[in-house]
Design a protein. Structure first.
Length: 296
């Protein structure tokens, strides 16, 4: 066999092995893809869902109405409870992700909006990449690869030559590259919890913010001294931020005693907050300390 023959055979074998575990979500161009991870459970990206129910098209052509069991927007994952029929669960061994590096052959699969199975070949081009989830949280450790997929493929699996799950395809980048969430032990644990209905509630301040560069420009425009920080553009009613006394125009310069050089620093501080978070705020030229209280 030639190299091309071997590649064709590998793609066909992967489609045959993994394809029965791949499902389409929604109808037509509106939704995405998913993968069966256990009887009655489908894993997908949180950003492809709209509401609590979704049509799930299995590989056997049957369509069932699924209901969202759990969502973690910070990880951009969700589990759907649905009749998966005879569809097998994908082979998921978190150890398969370990040692993954650039140049590794991978296969991407999807059923975009139930329009039929796609299976493509590519190579890992980088690891440890990051992107922003639907809640604005930076998601780290993703797998960048070159296996092309059409629109509506988010939530479908990235697998190795043995059909083992390596990641969940999530983001399309310029140049045709894709980013996949790594199917490591942390994602497996999160998926199991979501499947049990244990949607994770994450603390949030309730703020709309401008980044440091915009904050410096806005302060300079009104004659205020330049300071690094995040400018408050809006405060959500009855939020931890409003109850802490934050107002539009305030500049957040530190959280938990650490300088804020960007959104991620604040998100990390909120995530680590043990129920309360100390914030250093500049209002005009006056610096003050406030405390936000979270209830989950």
């Amino acid at each position: 066999m030639t190299l091309l023959d071997e590649l064709e055979a590998a793609v066909a074998a992967t489609a045959e092995r993994v394809g029965p575990a791949v499902v389409g979500l929604g109808r037509g161009w509106g939704r995405g893809s998913g993968v069966v991870i256990g009887a009655g459970r489908v894993l997908t990206n949180a950003h492809v869902l709209r509401g609590d129910e979704v049509a799930v098209k299995r590989a056997d052509g049957e369509v069932a109405l699924g209901r969202v069991a759990g969502v973690d927007e910070a990880l951009d994952v969700a589990v759907i409870g649905v009749d998966t029929g005879e569809a097998p669960a994908i082979d998921w061994d978190p150890a398969a992700v370990g040692g993954l590096r650039a140049g590794r052959a991978v296969f991407a699969l999807a059923d975009p909006g139930g329009r039929g199975l796609r299976a493509t070949f590519g190579l890992v081009t980088a690891t440890g990449r990051s992107f922003r989830g639907p809640g604005g949280r930076r998601i780290r450790g993703s797998i960048e690869h070159s296996a092309p997929l059409p629109r509506g493929s988010s939530g479908g699996p990235l697998v190795d030559a043995d059909g083992r799950l390596l990641g969940i395809n999530s983001v399309r980048m310029e140049g045709g590259l894709l980013l996949a969430l790594p199917a490591d032990a942390a994602l497996q644990s999160a998926a199991e919890a979501l499947g049990r209905g244990e949607t994770r509630a994450r603390p949030r301040l309730g703020l709309a913010l401008a980044p440091p560069r915009a904050a410096r420009r806005m302060r300079a425009a009104v004659g205020l001294p330049e300071r690094d920080g995040l400018l408050v553009r809006d405060v959500e009613a009855d939020s931890p931020a409003e109850r802490a006394g934050l107002e539009r125009g305030d500049l957040l310069v530190a959280a938990a005693g650490r300088p804020l050089d960007g959104f991620d620093a604040l998100l990390d501080a909120v995530e680590a907050a043990p129920g309360t978070l100390a914030l250093t705020v500049v209002r005009g030229t006056e610096e003050r300390e406030v405390t936000a209280h979270f209830s989950l």
